[in-house]
Design a protein around this ligand. Sequence first.
Ligand code: SF4
Ligand code: SF4
Length: 506
Amino acid sequence: MARSLILHLQLHCQLHHQVGQRQVARRFVGPFHKLQTQAGKNIPKPRVFPLLRVMEAEKVKVPHRQIRQLVRLHHRIGRAFDAARHAQSAQQVAHQRGFARAQIAAQFDESVAQCRLGRQRLRKGLRGGFVWPDGGFYNGQVNNFRTHNDGDAKVSKIQQWGLALGFSQISVSGVDLSSAEPGLSAWLAAGFHGDMAYMAAHGMKRARPAELVPGTLSVITARMDYLPATTPEGWQAVEFARLQRPQQAIVSLYARGRDYHKVLRNRLQKLSDRIALEFGPLGYRVFTDSAPVLEVELATRSGQGWRGKHTLLLNRDAGSVFFLGEIFVDVALPPTPAVADHCGSCSACIDICPTQAIVAPYRVDARRCISYLTIEHAGPIPLELRPLMGNHIYGCDDCQLVCPWNKFARTSALPDFDARAGLADQSLAEVFDWTEAVFLNLTEGGPIRRIGHERWLRNVAVALGNALRGAANAEVRQALQSALQTRQTHPSALVREHVVWALAQA
Ligand code: SF4
Ligand code: SF4
C-alpha cells in the first residue's frame, strides 16, 4: 500500500510539472477522503496526513507566461506542508485570502516578484503593486490588491481612512532594515536593554519584518498624537513646574489616559479590515509598541519623522508626543519618502536627562532611563540612580519637554487620552496610600496597571525619599515620614527595602 501511494504521488508530481508547462488548471491529487482512507489503514498518520491535506486541495491555473516565471510551485507547496502541520493556522491564512477552507498549496510568490519583475518595473520608473495580467488564479479567486499598478492611489486611500480613524499620519515602509542591524546588535551587546530580555529574544528578527511575520512585503506605519484636547498653551512649562514641586507625583503624560495599546490596536485593526474590504484579501498583523518591532526605524524610513538624539521619533509638525503603530502586510505598497534629520547642533535632551541615560546622540542606555526603571525594571532600583529620579513615579518626559520641536506638538481629538482622576495632580503621599484595590480601580484600562501595585509603591517610595531629602520644612518632613512609615511592614520585601532607603534620606 505504501508503495502504491508513493507511485500515486509521483504521478501527481508529474502533473504538477505539467501544470506549470501548459498553464492549465489541473488537480494534482484525487479526492482527499479516498487517500485519507487508504493512508489511515496502512501508513502512520504523522507522516502522511499533512501532505495529503494540502495536496488534495491543489488546483492551479497559471495565468500568464510572464507571471508563471514568478510562481514557485514547489517552493510554495513545501511551505504549505509546513503550514498543514498546524491546521488552524492554515485555515486562518486561507480564510484571510478569501478561501472557504484551506485550499492553498501554491500562490503567487511576491518575494520573487519583488526581486525580479519588481526591480525591472522600478528601473522603468514604475512604482506600486505588481502587474497581474488576468484573473482566474487561486481557484478563481483573485486578490484585487495585486491586480493593478496603482499603489500610490491605494496608499492615498489608506491614508484617508487612517486619518478618519483618528490617526495623525499614515505612511509606508519597505521591509529592508538591514542597515539598522549593526546598531541594534551593538546596543544589545552593550547590554543597554537591561533586563528587557524580550528585546534580545527575537534577535535580528526585530530588524527583519519578513522574518518576524513571513510574507510581509510592506509595513504601514501609523502615528497618533496623544496630548489631551484640554492641554494648555505652554504645557511644557506646566510640566516643568510640576517637577519643581518635590511632593507631587509625576506620571508621564502619555500614561495619564486610556491604555494606548488598546486605542491604537483597535484602530489599526479597523484600518486593516477596511483595506481588505476595499482592495481584496489581505494577510496582515498589527503591532503597537510590541516588543519585536523596530517601530522608530520603520516610522523613520516611511517618512513619519526622524530619530531625535533622544532616540524617539520627531516630526516637524507634531514634535514627539505621539504613539506609533504598524500593520505588517503581505502586499507590496510604494514606500513613502523619508525626511531629513533636523536635530542639528541641539543637545538639549542630552543635557537635561536627569540620569544621563542618553550616553551619546541617538544612543540611550535603558538601564539608566527613568522610563525603564519605573516601568520595565522589576527589581530594586539601583541605589546610585534613586536620588536622580526626583518625583517621577511612572515614566519620564524630560527629554521631550525640553525638545524645541515639541512646540509644534498637537492635541488629540480623541477623549481616550484625557487625564484620569488621580494621575495628574496627586501628591506622593496620596498615591502611596492607595491600597491595591484602589490602585487597580484607578488604573483600570490604563497603561500603568501593568506594573502592578508593588512596583507602584516601590517607585513612589523612591520619590518620597527624594522629597524627604530636600524638605526644609519640619511639618513637611513629618508628613513624608508618616506616609513612608505606613508601608514599613508591607508584605513585599521590595517595597520595605525602598521604604527603608527613603526614610534614611531624612
Ligand atoms: S526619558 Fe528621562 S531618563 Fe529617559 S532618556 Fe529621556 S530624560 Fe533621560
Ligand atoms: S532636544 Fe534637540 S537634540 Fe534632542 S531630539 Fe530634540 S531637537 Fe534633537
